[in-house]
Design a binder for this molecule. Structure first.
Ligand code: SF4
Ligand code: SF4
Length: 373
């Protein structure tokens, strides 16, 4: 039985978060099961963009603080690291509150910027992965639970994409193009190379709707932890009321034989069953739940009508151009009248939406998709 623990947590107050995480990890055997004395342990939160903790885009700093303390109590040497695709890492760390936690708790803050080439273990010939992530004695994964316009949800497995340094992420988006399955397969292989020892998920306030950048902060009220990131993602989907194998990464893991169709997961902690979390109306990005039930060939033929795509709100847009700098497909252009998206080039990765500091990009559905929704 693969255990996953979930504890109620309805506030980001330091003591409450730490208490919930200590119990969640304790139910799995304690941090001593995952960290040995003297080991260098890299904590990998979601630090994708310079957004304040209450926006629910990044992992809350109190979650990071609690895990730093647990690692240190187990004798490990914690550091905190991630790699955004664009912008200053220092600024991201400051705005997200994670720089303060690092300095108050005496943990090193690392930008995962240096790449090392590693042979792939399946479909992909090679990966360029952060040297710090590869050479840490252990990686502990600290994702934020949120929706994602391309990947449906960004949870434990997807959070490891930040271990690919900086702009190298862009190349992976381009290689996969609009093929969600290929991108998911890459994430699954990346997970196999990083092998996080533990995932602790911040689902105290998650993001639903227009994620990953402009969704609604949504109280979901729990912390989840588990050794197996696939089992954690499976259970998270169940808590959020989402059919788990709609998640492209879980589907890819199942197809690769890495995760069973009917997993046996022992749920420990405050909930007897996922339904006990009482989350009944968690909103997915518009159209995505339906889009992935449509065969790939039909989606390619009727691309404009049957797919979702980013849409810029000209009133909110301040023409900062971050989205255009970020766009892997070079599909965005700044004009006097606003941002123009070339939808023939757009690969619908929603990186632009994730990065926009003003929440000016939402998800539009093609007319047929809208009709079918
Ligand atoms: S859409 Fe957002 S990121 Fe793009 S230019 Fe406008 S404000 Fe900046
Ligand atoms: S326009 Fe946005 S969704 Fe389309 S390729 Fe560029 S970043 Fe990705």
């Amino acid at each position: 039985m693969n255990p996953v623990s979930a504890l109620k947590c309805r506030s980001y107050e330091e003591d409450i978060v730490e208490g919930a995480i200590r119990k969640a990890v304790g139910l799995l055997g304690g941090m001593e099961r995952f960290v040995r004395p003297g080991e260098r342990v890299l904590l990998k939160p979601n630090m994708l963009a310079a957004k304040a903790p209450d926006k629910a885009v990044t992992t809350h700093p109190e979650v990071v603080r609690a895990v730093v303390r647990l690692v240190r109590d187990a004798g490990g040497i914690p550091s905190i690291g991630d790699s955004g695709a664009i912008g200053s890492f220092r600024k991201i760390a400051e705005v997200t509150g994670i720089a303060d936690v690092a300095s108050e708790e005496g943990a090193a803050l690392l930008e995962l910027s240096e790449a090392e080439e590693v042979e792939g273990s399946g479909t992909f010939r090679h990966f360029e992965i952060s040297r710090e992530a590869l050479h840490a004695d252990a990686v502990i994964n600290l994702p934020k639970a949120k929706t994602h316009g391309q990947m449906l949800l960004t949870l434990a497995v997807k959070n490891l994409f930040g271990c690919i340094p900086g702009r190298r992420k862009v190349q992976w988006h381009l290689n996969a193009g609009v093929d969600i399955g290929a991108f998911a397969a890459m994430l699954v292989e990346l997970h196999g190379l990083i092998k996080p020892r533990l995932s602790v998920v911040d689902a105290v306030v998650s993001m639903d709707g227009n994620g990953p950048g402009s969704g609604r902060p949504r109280e979901t009220g729990f912390i989840m932890a588990g050794e197996d990131a696939f089992a954690v993602d499976y259970m998270l989907c169940r808590f959020l009321g989402v059919e788990p194998f709609m998640l492209p990464t879980l589907k890819a893991a199942r197809e690769k034989g890495l995760f069973p169709e009917a997993p046996e997961i022992g749920l420990l902690g405050d909930f007897h069953a996922p339904e006990d979390a009482g989350i009944r109306d968690f909103k997915l990005p518009p159209g995505t739940h339906l889009e992935w039930t449509i065969p790939e060939t039909a989606r390619r033929l009727l691309k404009d009508a049957l797919t979702t795509r980013p849409r810029v709100d000209e009133v909110k847009c301040r023409l900062c151009m971050l989205c255009a700098q970020m766009c892997p497909a070079k599909a965005m252009k700044g004009l006097d009248a606003g941002i123009k998206i070339n939808y023939r080039r757009c690969i619908r990765c929603f990186c632009c939406q994730e990065i926009c500091p003003y929440g000016a990009i939402d998800i539009a559905q093609g007319w047929l998709l809208k009709y079918l929704s």
